[in-house]
Design a protein around this ligand. Structure first.
Ligand SMILES: Cc1ncc(COP(=O)(O)O)c(C=O)c1O
Length: 410
């Protein structure tokens, strides 16, 4: 987020780099000296990260771990990843996988390879802030499609496309426990999206950091299960939400021909992903620790989601409407009743002063909107802290109403 205009002559693309309200919240919160309940970043708390195991495995990283590594990823990690994916019934052939520096690099590579200036990219509205920023940095023209409890309203997509006057090159979707709404795309809509992508010769970027974190309901088959080997499918994945975001390790699973171009693109970015940390993740998987870790996370997140919904219901009744996700990290809240006219972006400094942070709704759509909505992450805080955070949010909202009433013309 720019605060001053540089005097240097910049490339025109510099003006397309809008930054991320979400990522900027990390340094904003680090600079605060008072106690804050953190509903803002989509991150697990330190107590849910196996830090001691990581330290042990880092110390045991094999000789040569501090050299450059293969761009495709360390063979040990790729082999472990293949067996993890195969246990889920996916093909995961070696020539389809590329280890990336977090999910963000997967998104960057995908949009870089697929989008020319002016190309139409379908996105959910609301959607992940950084996904939009990445598409815009390649000069995509965004087509926002609304969502409901079953994810993107795919049945409406042909009408939106007809009105746009051109067919999309890319359909960007977060199918499971979507960021920010928590919604999951239903199986009929997944099937329809696959058909539409074929009809329009478009690629589906399937961004799924949260799919392994289902704590309720029944599994919905993934795009790759519904359409194995589909060259129109680019899967972007990450260990950030199931192990730790600071590792910055993710992967792409994509058609081998496209994978080679993705390798070339990555070589022009960072050569290879952090090698010692790839060995840490490989060893963690080799010890068979991931399945137990995931079971633990699912149980903890179910408790936290329920604590958040309970606290919201007790504090706000029907004046804050929440989504009910079956997994992942987020609830999407819409202010209603007395609070319905409050702008969550304007409210933010007051909420911060009261000791609670969230991400305001307008961050999740390029065209703005969602002014009376906010994203809250339940993964980071214990149920007690969640209760405290909801109380603080209530205090900020009530104060905002009082201030607005005092300022209103008489
Ligand atoms: C939908 C979605 N995609 C991608 C990412 C980026 O993942 P990473 O932190 O591994 O770069 C996130 C992180 O919040 C996300 O929510």
């Amino acid at each position: 987020m720019t605060t001053s205009t540089p005097t240097l002559r910049l490339a025109s693309r510099a003006s397309l780099l809008g930054g991320s309200v979400i990522d900027s919240s990390t340094s904003l919160l680090a600079s605060q000296t008072h106690d804050i309940v953190r509903f803002a970043m989509g991150a697990p708390n330190a107590e849910l990260v196996p830090e001691a195991e990581f330290a042990r495995l880092f110390a045991a990283a094999p000789a040569g771990s501090f050299d450059y590594g293969a761009t495709e990823g360390e063979p040990e990690l790729r082999a472990q990843l293949q067996s993890y994916l195969r246990r889920q019934g996916l093909e995961a052939d070696a020539d389809r996988l590329l280890i990336t520096t977090g999910g963000m690099q997967g998104l960057d590579v995908a949009f870089k390879l697929l989008v020319d200036p002016g190309d139409l990219v379908v996105v959910e509205a609301p959607t992940y802030t950084n996904g939009i920023s990445t598409a815009l940095s390649y000069e995509a023209s965004l087509l926002e499609v609304p969502i409901d409890d079953d994810g993107m309203i795919v049945e409406a997509l042909p009408d939106f496309v007809a009105r746009a006057g051109k067919t999309p090159r890319v359909i960007y979707t977060i199918p499971n426990f979507q960021n920010p709404s928590g919604a999951t795309l239903s199986e009929p809509r997944r099937r329809l999206l696959l058909e539409l992508a074929k009809e329009w010769d478009a690629v589906i970027i399937d961004d799924d950091p949260y799919g392994a974190l289902r704590f309720d309901g029944t599994e919905v088959p993934g795009f790759a299960e519904l359409s194995p080997g589909n060259p129109r499918l680019v899967q972007v994945r990450t260990f950030s939400k199931i192990l730790a975001p600071g590792l910055r390790i993710g992967w792409m699973d994509l058609d081998p021909a496209l994978r080679q171009l993705a390798v070339n693109a990555k070589q022009a970015m960072d050569t290879c992903t952090n090698v010692p940390l790839q060995h840490v993740v490989a060893a963690f998987l080799a010890e068979g620790a991931l399945d137990a870790h995931l079971s633990h996370l699912r149980a903890v997140y179910r408790d936290r989601k329920e604590a958040l919904l309970r606290s919201l219901g007790q504090r706000f009744g029907s004046e804050v409407v929440a989504t009910h996700p079956e997994g992942g990290f987020f609830l999407w809240l819409t202010l209603d009743g007395r609070y319905g006219g409050i702008d969550t972006e304007k409210l933010f400094p007051r909420a911060l002063a009261h000791g609670v942070a969230y991400i305001p709704g307008p961050a999740f759509a390029a065209s703005g909107g969602f002014r009376n909505a906010l994203r809250v992450c339940f993964a980071t805080s214990t149920p007690e802290r969640i209760r405290e955070g909801v109380e603080r949010l209530g205090a900020a909202l009530d104060e905002e109403l009082l201030v607005a009433a005092a300022e209103a013309p008489r």
